[in-house]
Design a protein around this ligand. Structure first.
Ligand SMILES: [Zn+2]
Length: 489
């Protein structure tokens, strides 16, 4: 089969120049430098852009292409670009894009039909199981994507690009699917007890080749070669999906009346605010419109009445469909200012991080050490004997049953936990008060460690000193996680 014969036949069928190139297996730039490529593969080039004196060619040029339904035509590209510019793409501040074009099934059927036609025309020069053209999917990458990128002045960035989802439709889609359904019943009848496989793009890709489906059968359902269609493809809709952005930082909790996440009891809010809400409402609007979909994660959490001091607790916001991927220092300072003004929490080290960094927050929770400071009260003044018993540089093991107060959300277990050290000192203003510095394994319940919870935690501070002890206030002093990195102003 000579290339010229192939192209002559395609032209006879009304196939556009881009599709002619697809059947000549053109790659990369060859779609842009058409004349050069036609000449290289010894095919006469017809300049369609400037018109031609041959009225026959002129007529062909005006029909809708039977194999791409004008997907690659200049007018369709123009229409596509205009439609993209009409979206709120301007709002997205990213350098890269990804284009995902969903084509109607009827377009795939037309490729198939042309395959059968070429077999009829050129016989054994055409493979029965490897399609004779550069697939539409591949051609979209080679022809449409570069055009879209160039017009929008964006890079193609498959990892972090703004996703442009384009759905195309065609007037004959329903009819095409119905016909294929009939054919499919004959070619791939459902096995006993199995449901009929629904018609899909992958079904056609996998199960429809001239090797697997005889030409006669196919021709009963579809015209071969594909007919000249009355209508070209239409744009159904375009939607944009921005990349996910991750903002990390550390928070210090200054309030003893603030829950970690919105606290709802029997359908009613217990406290009007939470750490999660304060952080999200001050940071997320810079990155996205819909702050309800923002996900707040932290390395552990503290009770409502516990403060978190020191360098604070690491957290990350996962922001989907973000229209910004960077956080300029000035913006970060403003956010920090607004959050600090709440006087309930303060934040530091705000920064955008990579998705891979999320593992820091999620992993190794159990292995971490936690440092607490507890203010405890005895019924009598503290003695040196008690202080001696509570200054333990050597750690010890405890067995801790799940506290009754969390049984509604945690299963009942008895878990071994390590207390790494205890350090106690007397409060100078009130000799019945002890300041207790505790370093423990993550997951230890500190309040129960102190008062023992009726023997549910053994040993406890109460059992060590042999008398009841109450916890008045608790602070987290340090979280054993060296992440995210410090941001210097
Ligand atoms: Zn075409």
């Amino acid at each position: 089969m000579k290339n010229q014969d192939l192209v002559d036949y395609l032209r006879e069928c009304g196939v556009c120049q881009f599709c002619q190139l697809r059947y000549l297996k053109a790659r990369g730039n060859e779609y842009q430098n058409q004349k050069e490529y036609f000449e290289r593969v010894s095919v006469e080039f017809i300049d369609e852009s400037n018109g031609t004196s041959d009225p026959a060619n002129k007529k062909k040029r005006q029909n809708v292409c039977p194999t791409c339904l004008d997907l690659f035509s200049n007018s369709f590209k123009e229409q596509l670009l205009q439609a993209i510019l009409c979206t709120d793409i301007e709002k997205y501040e990213c350098a890269g894009i990804v284009v995902a074009i969903s084509i109607p099934i009827v377009l795939q059927l037309r490729q198939l039909s042309m395959w059968y036609a070429l077999l009829d025309k050129f016989g054994s020069d055409i493979s029965l199981d490897r399609s004779p053209d550069v697939s539409l999917k591949e051609a979209i990458k080679l022809i449409l994507n570069p055009t879209i990128c160039e017009s929008l002045r964006k890079n193609y960035d498959i990892n972090n690009g703004l996703m442009i989802n384009i759905n195309l439709c065609h007037a004959q889609e329903e009819e095409g699917i119905a016909r294929l359904g009939k054919l499919n019943n004959v070619v791939h009848p459902p096995k006993k007890g199995h449901k009929l496989e629904p018609i899909s793009r992958s079904l056609i890709e996998k199960k429809y080749t001239p090797l697997r489906v005889g030409s006669e059968l196919f021709k009963e359902v579809f015209p071969v070669p594909p007919s000249i269609p009355n209508e070209s493809l239409k744009l159904d809709n375009i939607s944009l999906l921005g990349p996910s952005t991750y903002v990390a930082g550390r928070y210090r909790k200054i309030s003893r009346h603030l829950s970690h996440t919105p606290w709802v009891l029997n359908g009613e809010r217990v406290m009007s605010d939470s750490i999660e809400e304060i952080i999200i409402r001050n940071i997320a609007p810079h990155f996205c419109d819909d702050t309800k979909k923002v996900n707040f994660m932290s390395s552990g959490r503290e009770d409502v009445d516990v403060r978190c001091l020191g360098a604070g607790r690491p957290f990350v916001l996962e922001i989907q469909n973000a229209f910004r991927v960077s956080l300029p220092p000035e913006q970060a300072r403003q956010m920090k200012g607004c959050i600090d003004a709440s006087q309930k929490i303060s934040v530091r080290d705000l920064q955008v991080v990579a998705r891979e960094d999320l593992s820091h927050i999620k992993m190794g929770e159990e292995q971490k050490r936690k440092c607490y400071r507890a203010l405890c009260q005895l019924s009598r003044p503290v003695t040196t004997d008690i202080l001696k018993k509570l200054n333990l540089e050597q750690g010890f093991e405890i067995q801790q049953k799940t506290p009754i107060r969390v049984l509604h959300r945690r299963p009942l277990h008895t878990r071994p936990r390590t207390v790494y050290s205890l350090k106690a000192s007397v409060c100078q203003q009130n000799k019945r008060l002890i300041i207790l510095d505790v370093v423990t394994q993550a997951g230890t319940y500190i309040k129960e460690l102190v008062y023992g919870e009726f023997g549910r935690t053994k040993p406890s501070v109460a059992s060590v000193i042999g008398q009841p002890i109450d916890i008045v206030a608790l602070d987290v002093m340090e979280i054993d996680l060296d992440w995210p990195p410090t941001v210097t102003d």
